[in-house]
Design a protein around this ligand. Structure first.
Ligand code: F0G
Length: 343
């Protein structure tokens, strides 16, 4: 459906798991928190085949790598890119090398990369160091880089913006999005601009980017040497798409803000317990950010928050931060169970 907007030809061997077409879900509980008449929607991209938005980019990056005859791809990852790269590369019959920061990749993501058959190495360092290594590897060895510095990744990811416009009938007033390496915000903007040029929408959104407070180089204006946040997906101190992201912010009259881990967790719990939508902590940064700057939302505005990854990616976070204790070791009879339930 979006083929005319994508750099594919008849010759491109399209490697797909039928990604995209994820639901845009109304979020009345978030709208109620804002307290004025606004429409809030979430773009639940955690419902992609490997559970994150990375699939949109990876179908393109791997298809183009295969078209060019690549035998291996490589990426650094906080987890989701590695899961997507592994799935699409193995489906294409290509080797996938993955370099991850030791101890900072959520359980679901690591298990995916391994079972899909990637060759996974963890380094005693962070994502920024891993990215530097794989960039150099791709220059010196016959491996294709599939991080978001690969332009095909952004081409694929822009389709999420198309889908939002196709559902709403126009672009939203605000687009709230978590920012790590800053590829996705750049991809969304490209999508909205291309649709605008093609007369598919009459306006462009303000791009509102949110980083975790302990990993917020785009807000402080300088790289963070030791980024820290429980939202491990966006634990990034020196985004590769830094300049692009600033250009997007300025062109869209948007803004970047930092949200604390506590604010992220509050939004994470709100989404699950009030909206019935389970995303991973990094994804909840978009909602945490919206709530943080809620006084700036114009009355009557339409706001879309991007939920980039599925909550099942990081079950440890859910168990540790749910505020909802498991009632354990109840005697196996109806009386004990009824008492424990408060009847
Ligand atoms: N949300 C999730 C769930 C992510 O996994 C990422 C990035 C982002 C947001 C930020 O997107 O980097 O385009 O600004 N994850 C990368 C990875 C870094 O390796 O999976 P971005």
């Amino acid at each position: 459906m979006y083929r005319p907007f994508l750099p594919v030809t008849e010759q491109t061997p399209v490697v797909t798991l039928r990604e995209g077409n994820t639901p845009l879900i109304p979020a009345p509980a978030i709208a109620a928190e804002i307290g004025r008449q606004v429409q809030v929607w979430v773009k639940y991209d955690g419902l992609n085949p490997t559970g994150s938005f990375k699939d949109r980019g990876m179908t393109m990056a791997i298809s183009k790598a295969k078209e060019a005859g690549a035998k291996a791809v490589i990426c650094a990852s906080t987890g989701n890119t590695s899961a997507a790269a592994a799935a699409y590369a193995r489906r294409a019959g290509i080797r996938a090398f993955v370099v991850i920061p030791d101890g900072y990749v959520a359980l679901g993501k690591l298990s995916q990369a391994l079972i899909y058959g990637a060759e996974v190495l963890s380094i005693k360092g962070n994502f920024d160091q891993a990215l530097k290594i794989v960039r150099e590897m791709s220059e010196q060895y016959p491996v294709t880089l599939v991080n978001s510095v690969n332009p095909y990744r952004l081409e694929g990811q822009k389709t999420a913006a198309f889908e939002i416009v196709d559902v709403l009938g126009d672009a939203p007033d605000w687009l709230c999005i978590p920012v790590g390496n800053a590829g996705n915000i750049s991809a969304y903007w490209m999508g909205f601009c291309q649709y605008h040029q093609a007369d598919r929408c009459t306006q462009l959104p303000r791009m509102m980017g949110f980083q975790a407070a302990g990993a917020a180089p785009l807000i402080s204006g300088q790289p963070v040497e030791n980024p820290e946040t429980l939202a491990t997906a966006i634990r990034i101190g020196n985004p590769a798409n830094w300049k692009k992201a600033i250009a997007v912010r300025d062109a869209s009259q948007g803004a970047f803000n930092a949200v604390t881990d506590e604010e992220i967790l509050a939004a994470y719990r709100l989404l699950a317990s009030q909206e019935g939508i389970f995303c991973e902590p990094a994804s909840a940064a978009s909602v945490a950010g919206l709530l943080k700057v809620k006084d700036q939302v114009p009355t009557g505005a339409t706001v879309v928050c991007v939920l980039t990854g599925n909550g099942l990616k990081d079950p440890d976070a859910a168990i540790a931060h749910s505020n909802n204790p498991l009632k354990q070791c109840i005697e196996p009879d109806i009386e004990a169970v009824a008492i424990a339930m408060g009847f």
